[in-house]
Design a protein around this ligand. Structure first.
Ligand code: SAM
Length: 293
């Protein structure tokens, strides 16, 4: 029997008198088929180290430990630490760290892997309330995670993996796809969790690119331009850019010039632009604008 078998999960929760904390996004998986599918999707073997965020009572951790070289699991809720000692204390390739993943010094922590030279994959059933901050924190960290296979709300997975000219496409798609390829691997119904969340979930697989998708002169400025272009989705690029950079005659003339250099019509909407278009736009804005705030 696995920790994720409903009867085992229930017995563990009862034995420890555990009550779910909504503020920590606690929805525990109770389906062993789905856990196996997650491990298969992540292509985990004994030549891979894994970082898990939020092990809960250890349902996914147990599967990861069976397949990976080592698992380091970060859990914010200190009430779960004795429970994890109970469910996984006997497994020698799991280290549980009682820390908020957003505060952890990962660079230092990963030195503790017995073989720190192995590729590191991030595999997790993420707490939904901070999916995006966690992902961006990890993707932008200096640690070369090779892959992320993570569960999140289906709607967020759709936004991250979206292509131009679709409703879901926006600055989050660009922020992630700049660094990673992103693809929904499969959908997970809400019924396999205790307690059941209000929405369905998806497993998103992201693989780091050798190089960012586009080359830009200033990364921060590129992300800022992309974000500004989607502030009002239904408005044109021109409206969003003038709202962001200013409406004086000088700025308007510079914006017009930049759009022309980038070969983009001002009446387009942000969603029509590919990531390559945003790269040209931000580079030409960088050249033409005298004030970039
Ligand atoms: N992995 C378990 C499973 O699949 O059954 C639990 C997943 S549950 C959706 C999310 C877990 O993340 C919870 O155990 C929660 O306490 C933990 N968590 C929430 N915020 C966290 C944070 N900032 N850092 C680390 N863990 C966090």
């Amino acid at each position: 029997m696995k920790i994720a078998d409903y009867r085992v999960t229930k017995a563990v929760l009862d034995r420890h008198g555990f009550t779910f904390k909504k503020s920590f996004g606690q929805n525990f998986l109770t389906d062993t088929n789905i856990l196996q599918k997650i491990v298969d999707t992540a292509e985990i073997d004994k030549q891979v180290n894994v970082i898990e965020i939020g092990p809960g009572i250890g349902a996914l951790t147990e599967f990861l430990a069976e397949h990976a070289a080592e698992v380091m699991a970060f859990e914010i809720d200190d009430r779960l630490i004795p429970i994890l000692a109970d469910t996984l204390g006997h497994v020698d390739n799991v280290t549980v760290v009682n820390e908020d993943i957003l505060q952890a010094d990962l660079q230092e922590r990963i030195k503790a892997f017995k073989n720190p030279d192995l590729p590191i994959k991030v595999v997790a059933n993420l707490p939904y309330y901070i999916t995006t901050p966690i992902l961006m924190h990890l993707i932008e960290s200096k640690i070369p995670f090779s892959e992320f296979v993570v569960m999140m709300q289906k709607e967020v997975a759709d936004r991250i993996s979206a292509q131009p000219k679709t409703k879901a496409y926006g600055s989050l798609s660009i922020a992630v796809q700049y660094y990673m390829t992103a693809k929904v691997a499969f959908i997970v119904p809400r019924t396999v969790f205790v307690p059941a969340p209000n929405v369905d979930s998806a497993i998103l697989k992201m693989v780091r690119r050798d190089q960012p998708l586009v080359t830009v002169k200033d990364e921060d400025f590129f992300f800022r331009v992309a974000k500004a272009s989607f502030v009002h989705r239904r408005k044109t690029l021109w409206n969003n850019l003038t709202n962001h950079f200013g409406k004086s005659d000088d700025i308007k003339a510079q914006l017009e010039q930049a759009l022309q250099v980038a070969n983009l019509a001002p009446n387009l909407r942000g969603e029509a632009l590919s990531i390559e278009d945003f790269a040209s736009l931000s580079d030409s804005l960088l050249m033409e604008l005298t004030v970039k705030d």
